[in-house]
Write a protein that binds this ligand. Structure first.
Ligand code: BV8
Ligand code: ZN
Length: 269
């Protein structure tokens, strides 16, 4: 795995230079992945043993052709995930990210996650690059479809469930996510790319940064002079690019960063 600046493992030793830069920033992008929701009990994708793509085949569940082949299998699996998200609560990492906005002029959360835990923690500007499980839509006319979460009786790993039909054109309703091989929503992608290209600091939290085009955002921020801070308990391909690697759980590292920042901003006032 790539090396980079020496990792910081102690949340009580956040470097002054990192807090300096955060306190002077006009715009911060917080780029998040599944790891930010791990402490809420939501499975990541690629972590050994527990990751969804370690246990399930993405080709059979997260592609347009899988849905055409086996709509009930795919719908049931996403309903199982939606139920787990509905039961979950935002964790200290989501709350620290929301709290950042009290100390910095502008904070834009750009997430690859399909949960709504950033919004539920109080973040105001959240860009969803890979969609949102709460926003199912018709495969033909694209109209939104609202339906209740079947949380109480959803078994572990899901079961085949026939997708509902669109009330307007009777076509199948699909999960509101971006599958492999599909383009990202144009507006969300454009906004995220603009934010990354114009931010002073990009915090990359809980992502392996392997899925493109999302993974290009930290690289484009760094290329335009932004400081890149990575928060992840494991080494990733981004270690070499990041100016600081906070090597620990987001729910531990981010509250420490925000507490330091708030002290700095209060001290300066
Ligand atoms: C596109 C959404 C143009 C649904 C997801 C071959 C065929 C087709 C495409 C490709 C191909 N080769 C390459 C591609 C492009 C492909 C891609 O990048 N593939 C990669 C994997 C090689 N990209 C696409 O297809 C994208 N579209 O390019 O459009 C196009 C059009 C037509 C044809 C071709 C191209 C669309 C990508 C969207 C995929 N959708 N899922 C769903 O949720 O089911 S991807 C999936 O990965 C998730 O959605 C997630 O958002 C995304 C990123 O993963 P991470 O969030 O980073 O999660 P991961 O598990 O990897 O990492 C978690 C990290 O957290 C770890 O590092 C871990 O250490 C850390 N962690 C753990 N605990 C904690 C923690 N960190 C902090 N605190 C903790 N406590
Ligand atoms: Zn329809």
């Amino acid at each position: 795995m790539a090396s980079g600046p020496a990792p910081i493992e102690d949340a009580s030793a956040i470097p002054d230079a990192l807090i300096d830069r955060l306190s002077q920033a006009r715009r911060i992008v917080v780029f998040t992945g599944a790891g930010v929701s791990a402490e809420s009990g939501i499975a990541t994708f690629r972590d050994r043993n527990t990751g969804l793509w370690e246990r399930f085949d993405a080709h059979e569940l997260a592609t347009p052709s899988a849905f055409v082949r086996e709509p009930a299998l795919v719908w049931g699996w996403y309903e199982w995930r939606r139920a787990a998200i509905a039961r979950a609560q935002p964790n200290p990492a989501h709350r620290a990210i929301a709290q950042l906005a009290n100390s910095v002029a502008e904070v834009c959360v750009v997430t690859q996650n399909v949960d709504n835990l950033h919004e539920r923690a109080g973040s105001k500007q959240v860009v969803h690059l890979h969609g949102n499980l709460a926003q199912a839509r018709c495969i033909r006319c694209g109209r939104a479809h609202k339906h209740a979460v079947q949380a109480p009786d959803e078994p572990e790993n899901g079961r085949a469930v026939e997708p509902p039909r669109c009330r307007h054109c009777n076509s199948l309703v699909r999960p509101g996510v971006v599958w492999f091989g599909e383009s990202l929503p144009e507006d969300a992608w454009q906004l995220a790319a603009d934010m990354a290209a114009s931010c002073d600091v990009l915090l990359s939290v809980g992502t392996s940064a392997l899925v493109y085009p999302a993974a290009s955002l930290p690289r484009s921020a760094a290329a335009r002079g932004a400081m890149v801070i990575q928060v992840n308990p494991m080494a990733t391909d981004m270690d070499r690019l990041a100016h600081f690697n906070l090597r620990g759980a987001a729910g531990v590292m981010l509250p420490a960063v925000v507490a330091n920042l708030e002290n700095r901003v209060r001290g300066a006032a």
